[in-house]
Design a protein around this ligand. Structure first.
Ligand code: MCN
Ligand code: MOS
Length: 789
């Protein structure tokens, strides 16, 4: 259990329950129905998800499932116009509902101070502060909050809030005349003379590639509990980064970070939307302070569509020029993404364009298009995803124009180094990915011509695309505790949103300490634990495994040292250098049968559990470096840091069947080959890659946020009308790992996994649809109307 000297009784109880829950995740209480011991399974073992049984049986406590005495329920009301100001608010009817404790609108005195946004060096994803002024910036903006004894009362009362608006003209469609564009010079990339080379190129393709608004839609919606105890605040909030959440919440409430605790042991999916707490969390914290009782606030599913971002609409115009042999001579690229009127969200659509292929001339620019919308946000592979959709579709178009096999075209333009950064790759096993994927798929059997493969009424199409995701790095801490019963506890504030953090950290400690994983408990997701950076940018696995291995090695050194030198050690008098650790025992190297189990050793020493802590900061890191890491992304190290360019790579192959009469597209099989370097847990990495591929399938064929061009209202703000891929849509998926340990990329040789799987999938499907039908769809999703019209 965690010891927390100054915790009040309530906080202590919660800590204990979380500790028990999280430990149970990898350390099941041994009952008759429990599996027998799992062998010490180190990195590389295909263990199942340690938290899986807890999640599927409802025993993993999510943020709003904590039971707290005296809790009240808050429900937000959202604006019904896209722009203007609130002329009058009438809260009387809401206040008259039985059980209502409080009702707030702007001017009701709920105080929320600004938090620094990430673009200015903070962690917040938006500047917007709810209920602090009378302006309406988008349809669906939080404009009132009602708090009641029970949820149903708050819901009814929120519906009775009466607001009159003074509307002003809104910009809703970023393509409409009058919509502005702000170029982002820092994202401009150029070398050679791209336009002249394009004009002179013997073969040219050109197109406009668009993706609609897409929503993250994790199964656990955004829902939190805020509880004050004196001037200290605890927030149960599903989070990808509790340290960042703590810093934002402290800013909002105008208190020090030491007064805030954020708890997030289990997260029911996020895909980018839980990187930072969104404005409703500020409302919960502020209301709890005003009322003096803990407040629970859950956005309804429809409210999540306008309560925070989603991937913005993107638009890219892309031209490729090649010589007659298919060698690229020029790429000209111009893109934009929509963003909020008062806020900035960048979806860098040229993340992949300059690095995927060798090209002597390139010009690429990106702009922002502000509209009256909630600020968009991060969504699995922000930037890389739409960027790969455009370039990988355009490459297919070029292959067709040249009469060349699309895979052959890619090999002909293989980038042997990072042209943008002018640096060598750490590793780039993309050729191997192409080869393995093509072999598994049977690509050599493909007939070149569109509409040349069919079975009955079904046109068959085979398509492929490449993908990539950078290796980002930031530093973190971890603690490894060896207890006197021989069990081990790994402690980190890092989180597991379904990715496998619990499992791989137990594997990391098991490997070093030679103790079975079922004797290793892992505690995650709490700012009281050693702080860790964001589970975003697909960086957490590599850096936390690195920190835990380092801490476990420190624990091992300490154990050997104590065994040799501590007067109460049964091995006292040996030389530490002559001792080794195997099967959980400290043993004299020359007399291995005389070993003592580490639990017995720790007990014999009589000094309590052995605690080893390690971090992955550079030597000489200051307190300020640490502080900054816990409140900004800006300490994240770029993939090109250190004189090498580190990226993960992939090749996607798909088969589609298209009904010739109805235009319905079914994906029949998918093969993804991945270079993620060293894989810590093949089963979980496959699950990640596969999850990305399923999401890519949904993006290609189904997902589309539909915004009413007159009112700015999201018309399909629910899971019945906003379609995502479900089991019936998903075919057989083959995943292949072609990576090798890449120690220039990360300390233990792994590269990015979590977001890689989605990149390139929509292009591969679109390319397959072209091969089946001869119809090129450049605007996602590829719905049947676009194929039969
Ligand atoms: N892994 C591995 N070997 C490696 C690297 C990773 O076996 N060399 C496996 C591990 O099981 C690890 C997982 O892959 O837990 C993801 O590792 P990593 O690529 O480091 O990604 P993060 O842990 O930083 O997770 C974030 C990433 C992002 S940014 C999004 S978005 C996303 C994703 O993970 N959101 C997810 N995958 C998700 N999966 C689920 N179920 N839910 C989400 O919300
Ligand atoms: Mo992932 S979109 O970087 O959280």
């Amino acid at each position: 259990m965690i010891r927390h000297p100054d915790a009040g009784p309530q906080r202590r109880a919660v800590l204990a329950s979380i500790a028990a829950g999280a430990v149970a995740a990898v350390l099941p209480a041994r009952g008759a129905d429990q599996p027998t011991r799992v062998a010490a399974a180190g990195l590389g073992a295909s263990l199942p998800r340690a938290d899986g049984p807890l999640k599927v049986s409802g025993r993993a406590p999510y943020a709003v499932e904590h039971r707290i005495e005296g809790l009240v329920h808050a429900v937000v009301a959202q604006s019904t116009v896209p722009a203007g100001r609130i002329a009058t608010v009438d809260l009387e009817a809401a206040r008259a509902v039985p059980g209502v404790v409080a009702a707030y609108a702007h001017g009701s005195g709920l105080r929320i101070a600004p938090a620094e946004v990430f673009s200015k060096g903070g962690a917040a994803t938006e500047n917007f502060l709810p209920l602090q002024d009378d302006r309406v910036r988008w349809n669906g903006q939080h404009v009132a909050l009602v708090v009641a004894e029970i949820f149903e009362q708050a819901t009814e009362a929120a519906a009775l809030v009466r607001i009159e608006y003074e509307e002003s003209p809104a910009v809703i469609d970023p393509e409409a005349t009058g919509a502005g564009r702000t170029p982002l010079d820092q994202l401009s990339v150029a070398w050679g003379d791209a336009q002249a080379a394009l004009d002179a190129a013997p073969v040219r393709v050109e197109g406009a590639y668009t993706t609609p608004r897409e929503y993250n839609l994790p199964i656990e919606p955004h829902a939190c509990i805020a509880a004050w105890e004196g001037d200290s605040l605890t927030v149960w909030e599903p989070s990808q980064w509790v340290a960042g959440a703590r810093s934002i919440i402290a800013d909002w409430m105008g208190i020090g970070v030491d007064k805030v605790r954020v708890v997030s042991p289990f997260v029911g999916g996020a895909f980018g939307c839980k990187v930072s707490p969104h404005p409703h969390v500020a409302l919960a914290c502020a209301a709890a302070r005003e009322i003096g009782r803990p407040v629970k606030l859950a956005l309804t599913r429809p409210q999540t569509f306008t309560g925070y971002g989603g991937r913005p609409r993107t638009h890219q115009r892309l031209s490729l020029g090649a010589d007659g042999d298919g060698r690229l001579v020029s790429i000209v690229h111009e893109g934009w993404n929509e963003t909020a009127i008062d806020d900035v969200h960048v979806e860098p659509c040229n993340a992949v364009t300059p690095i995927m292929y060798a090209v002597p001339n390139l010009a690429s620019r990106h702009s922002l298009a502000p509209v009256n919308t909630v600020n968009p946000g991060w969504f699995r592979a922000p930037g890389e995803n739409p960027s790969a959709f455009a370039i990988e579709t355009a490459m297919d178009e070029l292959a067709h124009a040249l009469g060349m096999d699309p895979l052959e075209l890619r090999l002909r333009n293989y980038a042997e180094f990072d042209q943008q950064a002018k640096l060598p790759w750490t590793t780039r096993r993309l050729r191997e990915a192409y080869a393995a994927g093509a072999e598994a798929f049977g690509w050599s059997q493909r007939s070149h011509e569109p509409r040349s493969m069919r079975e009955g009424r079904e046109l068959i199409g085979w398509g492929m695309a490449s993908g990539t995701y950078p290796v980002r790095r930031s530093a973190g801490d971890a603690e490894v505790v060896v207890k006197d019963d021989g069990s081990v506890e790994v402690r980190s504030a890092g989180i597991d949103m379904g990715t496998g953090t619990y499992t791989i950290l137990a594997q990391a400690a098991a490997e070093v300490l030679t103790i079975p994983v079922d004797r290793i408990g892992v505690l995650l997701g709490d700012t009281d634990l050693p702080l860790a950076p964001l589970a975003g940018g697909s960086q957490l696995a590599n850096l936390l495994v690195g920190a835990v291995v380092k801490a476990a090695r420190a624990a091992r050194e300490r154990l050997l040292d104590l065994a040799a030198n501590h007067p109460r050690s049964p091995l006292s008098g040996a030389r530490a250098n002559d001792l080794l650790l195997s099967e959980g025992h400290v043993r004299p190297a020359r007399n291995a049968s005389k070993g003592i189990h580490v639990g017995d050793l720790v007990r014999a020493l009589g000094e309590g559990p052995l605690v080893a802590r390690a971090d992955t900061f550079k030597p000489g890191a200051t307190e300020d470096d640490r502080r900054m890491t816990n409140q900004t992304f800006q300490r994240m190290i770029a993939p090109t840091d250190g004189g090498v360019s580190a990226h993960a790579w992939s090749a996607q192959f798909v088969e589609v069947r298209v009904d010739e009469d109805f235009g319905t597209v079914r994906v029949r099989r998918m093969v993804g080959a991945f270079d993620s370097g060293r894989v810590y847990n093949p089963r979980l990495a496959r699950s990640q890659w596969m999850g990305g591929m399923v999401m890519g399938l949904g993006q290609a064929l189904l997902e589309e946020g539909q915004v009413d061009p007159r009112t700015g209202r999201v018309m399909n703000a629910n899971l019945a009308d906003y379609l995502v891929a479900v089991n019936a849509d998903v075919p057989k998926i083959t995943t292949l790992s072609v990576g090798v340990p890449d120690f220039a990329a990360t300390a233990l040789g792994g590269k990015a996994v979590g977001e890689l799987g989605i990149v390139g999938v929509a292009a591969a499907i679109g390319n397959a649809v072209f091969h089946a039908t001869g119809r090129r769809v450049r605007d996602l999703p590829i719905t049947l109307d676009k194929l039969i019209s």
